[in-house]
Design a protein around this ligand. Structure first.
Ligand code: SAM
Length: 337
């Protein structure tokens, strides 16, 4: 480990107050995005906070520290992670960190085709691409960008490249905007090596969220009208998604239902915001300013101890039930969805 001290502690595990083992870190690389998705930028006039992103050197050091504490899975998100040209170098470095078994990105796909071979060579293990519609005009209405073809081609390229067993596609379902596309979308995914993840619209900050737009998982299933079977090969690599198969089709259909079936009990993740704050719960207030600690010159052992303490604090890594009882709403584009 870089910047290590002589009295290095033995490798240990991060277990929170509720006995959940923490093995997954989601890292937002920037709060900038080239899209203006309505559920992320509900108010187009709102000023975007300054992008005080951490340099690769800091990110690599922080990931080394967390890997030492048992983190084995990393996901780069944002904002749009592919707006950072140094992401390939970052992935190459992170893939050589002892203990890191999987590196993913969540991207809007706009720049993916250009970087895909280099990302895969650098060590990218999986990719999630956001696509809320198969209709070009609806795509523009949701994202503010005339980019459907580019994103669609990137998905095809990723699927056919052979780099990943399945390409995950994230679709936020919204009533009267894209819910009517669900049967066609499902058929499209099932025929390809795609895991289509229907996501319940969450009431995040500046999301333009309204109960009228929300479609819960039970209703989504009714709309699909297929007898889906639980996928026996789900394993532990799909996080909060519940994954299903249909007959012998190669594709999979998943549901991420944070609102109607919260999955706090099995939460194994931490998040690092683009400016270096560690967050225990997307809907919690607690944060630990790791970026500032690095700027102030704290050594790895001190930073490790602070992470350890934070994760053990039930306020930081909470387990609150009742989605709407939560007082804090995250700004997804800054925390990283
Ligand atoms: N720019 C990248 C992208 O588009 O995938 C990464 C960032 S984006 C915030 C990550 C994911 O969060 C996307 O799949 C997006 O659909 C999801 N997301 C954003 N706001 C959401 C909300 N209010 N409810 C549910 N999902 C949301």
């Amino acid at each position: 480990m870089s910047n290590d001290t002589d009295n290095k502690p033995s490798r240990t595990e991060l277990v929170d107050f509720w006995k959940r083992k923490i093995t997954y870190l989601r890292v937002s690389l920037t709060n900038r995005c080239n899209f203006r998705c309505k559920y992320c930028y509900g108010n187009p006039d709102l000023k975007i906070p300054k992008d005080d992103r951490l340099p690769n050197e800091y990110l690599i050091r922080l990931i080394e520290i967390t890997a030492f504490l048992g983190i084995n899975k990393i996901r780069f998100t944002g904002g749009e992670p592919l707006l950072r040209r140094d992401i390939i170098d970052l992935i190459a470095n992170v893939s050589s960190i002892e203990g890191i078994k999987s590196i993913g990105i969540t991207t809007n796909g706009y720049y993916l085709a250009k970087y895909l071979p280099d990302l895969a060579t650098a060590g990218l293990s999986n990719v999630n691409i956001s696509l809320d519609t198969l209709n070009k005009d609806t795509f523009k209405a949701i994202t503010g960008v005339d980019g459907f073809e580019k994103v669609y081609l990137a998905i095809e390229l990723a699927e056919q490249s052979g780099y990943f067993p399945l390409v995950k596609v994230n679709t936020v379902v919204m009533r009267s905007i894209n819910d009517m596309e669900m049967p066609r979308f499902t058929e499209w995914a099932l025929k390809r090596k795609i895991d289509l993840r229907f996501i319940e619209f969450m009431p995040t900050a500046d999301s333009g969220w309204g109960k009228n737009l929300f479609v819960g998982e039970d209703e989504m299933r009714e709309k699909i009208r297929l007898n889906l079977e639980a996928d026996p090969e789900s394993g532990d690599n799909i996080g909060p998604a519940r994954r299903y198969r249909y007959k012998d089709y190669p594709g999979r259909i998943s549901f991420i239902s944070a609102v109607s079936h919260n999955f706090c009990d099995s939460c194994n993740r931490l998040r690092l915001t683009a400016n270096g704050d560690l967050i225990g719960c997307l809907f919690g207030r607690g944060k630990l300013s790791l970026g500032n600690m690095m700027k102030k010159g704290l050594n790895n052992i001190d930073i490790m101890e602070r992470i350890f303490e934070a994760v053990g604090d039930p306020e930081f890594k909470g387990i609150r039930g009742g989605f709407f009882a939560r007082e804090h709403k995250p700004l997804m584009r800054s925390v990283g969805g």
